[in-house]
Write a protein that binds this ligand. Sequence first.
Ligand code: C2E
Ligand code: MG
Ligand code: MG
Length: 528
Amino acid sequence: MSKRSPHTRKLVLEQAITVVLVVIAWQILSHFDAYEQFHEFSRNHEHWQLDEIAMLILVSAFVMGGGLYVRWNQLLSALTERDEAQRQAERHAWYDPLTGLANRRYFQIQLDSIASAGDAQNRVVAIIDLDRFKPVNDLHGHAVGDAVLKDVAKRVQGELDEDSTLARLGGDEFAIIFSRDVKPDDAERIARRIITAIETPFDVQGLSIMIGTSIGLARTAPDALASEGLQHADKALYSAKRSGRGRLAWYDDELGQRSRERAELEADLRLALRREEVFPYFQPIFGLGTGELTGFEVLARWKHVKRGDISPEIFIEIAEDIGLISELGWSILRQACRRAVGWPAGLKLAVNISPKQFLDGALVQKTADILEDVGFNPAFLEFEITESAVIPDMEFAECAIRDLQAMGVTIALDDFGTGFSSLSNLRRLPFDRLKIDRSFITNISDDPSNQRIVEGILSLARGLKIGVTAEGIESESDLEFVSSMACEYGQGFFFNGAISGDEVDWLLDALEDGEAPPALPRSRQKSA
Ligand code: C2E
Ligand code: MG
Ligand code: MG
């Protein structure tokens, strides 16, 4: 229980006295039915002059009542002030006043409570230390430094789920306890995203401030002290800083090895992009009713000099994490269009556009520039986007789609059926095509619930007058099934995997000569 201040004690005492006086006045008056009766009584007892006394008591009761009201209000505001002061004191005790984040003390208590609740199995703790922050304070003053710290807090918070705890430990040092759902691999991805987010310049008071960050990561152990996790993360941070700026490091050796490999891949990918060593492959798409080749999906490939083929699932994710995905996307678009310029008119190129690239304000202009530069007809280009590209800003998405369509480019919604699959997105955004995710198509004949889902998607698309392509046709029975449902287009290993530009040329020659398309060996398809 909190102690009351002398001022509050005095107010409470005064209040109590006032209440007692009013109660006494009320008790006296309540002996008389009404004022008239009281007046009569006083006339019979003139020497008492009771009516004057009664008047006096009444007036005092009113005055006291008014006083009571005023006092009551004072009491309430005093209590509110006291509570506010208490809250303020608590805020100072637990939170950092500049950023509003938890402070070191609160962070430590959170760590301890995780350990004491037996919840410290494999939780990840991170320490973030800004690079080149001191010169910001020295050169531009503390107001600018403070504004940067506030923005850093917001950017880091933006990368975390709401159950993770972010704290400012002091100065330019922040720390995270990742939520239980964030596994070590996820934590590492998030840490990389944070490094990329902090490398983006900060606009403060008309200045463009460039800083960076290093991150140390550690896993907490169930039987270790909670504070150990923080110490380990600190040691990891030290080794991250030693290996260069803008790096992350794990405390753990095995993870450390993996993170070194990943750092190497990142550096190699940067180089590979510059040298156009990430290049397009083309997966044929066929009209299922006609059997005709209608175009290709462009799929990025990376042949690493030492490690061989690296799956797009891996390098697309790396490119997203380190902020190179747009550069990769534009490079693939340019190379694919350059390769396809001489192919027969009417064959469409479907190019995957990542959410980051799609949300770039210059998307339409950059597309137009590349197409003009290469001399590729926009009417033969389709962009494949996923719902995660449109969710962050529906208005922007709608405008971008309409602008691209005005240029002649069509838009497909990729991987439909996974993720949100929101009907309101379909209603609002004018997609030209849905691509049903391969997880619904491969082995569809054995899976009645997938059959019903695909039927539903097809009738929905028909109602909305949107074309449909089925991905992942791997067998004759997959093909029979989707064809029997009147799905218009399809792609998959049953026809071809992704093939090189040269292989497309052979395929086109064979088709022109009226030969059956040259099938590629299955092993070759899967690796492509
Ligand atoms: P996606 O856009 O859904 O591409 C289709 C993926 O399914 C490709 O995987 C393709 O090789 C694979 N596939 C095609 N037919 C079959 C089949 O019959 N069975 C099976 N199991 N798989 C089939 P890939 O090439 O590994 O690409 C994976 C994902 O990487 C793509 O999924 C796309 O999201 C992304 N990606 C690939 N290239 C690019 C690119 O240039 N830019 C961007 N932003 N993302 C790309
Ligand atoms: Mg795709
Ligand atoms: Mg897809």
